[in-house]
Design a protein around this ligand. Structure first.
Ligand code: AHM
Ligand code: MG
Length: 337
């Protein structure tokens, strides 16, 4: 029987039943995350009304301080999740340090890593943005959560995914077995299974990169991007360039259609020697998703999932998408072709 139309909660429960001795803690975490995303989605949809309600971060026509949406997303996720008893700590792009679950809330075995509202500079112009999340299991039984427990390799993720607030709101997630997409039906307030077992094409026809940084890249990166624009690259046609500038949107399109997204090291720019994207909150979760969908993610030399972060906000060059495209990028970066 097809599972299409199944709610996200039913899907989580179905998956939980397939795991012997599952406690339900993970399903609890995910179901609260889904509620947080519905709240964020509602606020994001209202963002077009800035002229009426005031710009975020400013005073609105009623004289009230309007919260910035990325701040709202960060706080909403924390509020919805801290009482569940399944988390011991949260790492957020919006916060410099580990946020341990405080007293009086009880603690559980999981660590949530998130970028609560990625691409938030796009809100003003009505471009899709997203929430990226990832779940790790802590290594110790109790006590304070150490930095070492948090700085795990991407391959150790228990689950990862994202919400995209686009023409529809969607959730895409994986617990390691299959990547599944759910679409929010606003009239009933439910995420229903719309994309079961997503597989990224082995090779695509799209490349996504901010070419404004061309002069900051290494010679090899420039050669790769130049190559993509030749007919030789795409079996008689150059690759198509598509860049939204909102990671979740660029990633989601390429996941469904195939291709490569890259944010190379701007090695000639002292401000961004390692590129812009963060290993723990952005690159690793999407790398986990793409690999479980049959794709690949690299820092140009080795798999993103094999890199152990040195700090919470470490940045990393990112090449992610169809396996053959990312392998080809690695080849160029080694100086071969
Ligand atoms: P943010 O975390 O400050 O929102 O920045 C991340 C965003 C990504 O969504 C996107 O891929 C990238 O920045 C775009 O950067 P650029 O404008 O340099 O191309
Ligand atoms: Mg971000």
């Amino acid at each position: 029987m097809s599972s299409y139309g199944m709610t996200i909660i039913e899907h989580l429960l179905m998956k939980q039943q397939q795991i012997p001795f599952a406690t339900g803690a993970f399903s609890r975490l995910m179901s609260e995350l889904v509620v947080a995303a519905k709240l964020i989605s509602r606020e994001v949809n209202k963002a077009g009304l800035v002229d009426i309600y005031g710009f975020t971060g400013e005073i609105n026509v009623y004289g009230e301080q309007v919260q910035k949406l990325d701040e709202y997303a960060h706080k909403t996720i924390i509020r919805r999740l801290r009482h569940t008893g399944v988390l011991c700590a949260i790492i957020s792009e919006e916060s410099a340090d580990i946020m341990e679950i405080p007293e009086p809330f009880s603690r559980g075995p999981y660590i949530l890593v998130m970028d609560p509202l990625d691409g938030s500079s796009n809100i003003d112009v009505n471009i899709s943005i997203g929430t990226i999340f990832s779940v790790y299991r802590r290594k110790e039984e109790g006590g304070p959560v150490t930095l070492d427990e948090v700085l795990q390799k991407g391959s150790e993720q228990v689950a990862a995914g994202y919400f995209i607030y686009g023409s529809s709101t969607m959730m895409v997630y994986t617990t390691g077995q299959g990547v599944h997409g759910f679409t929010l039906y606003p009239s009933i307030g439910e995420f229903l299974l719309s994309h079961e077992n997503i597989q990224i094409p082995k090779r695509g026809k799209i490349f996504s990169v901010n070419e404004g940084n061309y002069n900051y890249w290494d010679e090899n990166v420039r050669e790769y991007v130049d190559y993509l624009k030749t007919p030789e690259a795409g079996d008689g046609r150059p690759y198509t360039s598509r860049y939204v500038g909102s990671l979740v949107s660029d990633f989601h399109r390429n996941l469904l259609k195939g291709g490569i997204f890259m944010y190379p090291a701007d090695s000639k720019d002292p401000k961004k020697p390692h590129g812009k994207l963060r290993l723990l909150c952005e690159a690793s979760p999407l790398a986990f998703v793409v690999e479980k969908a049959g794709g690949y993610a690299s820092n140009g030399k080795k798999p993103i999932l094999d890199i152990k972060p040195n700090n919470i906000h470490e940045r990393v060059p990112l090449y992610i998408g169809s396996v053959e495209d990312v392998k080809m990028a690695e080849k160029f970066l080694r100086g071969e072709r």
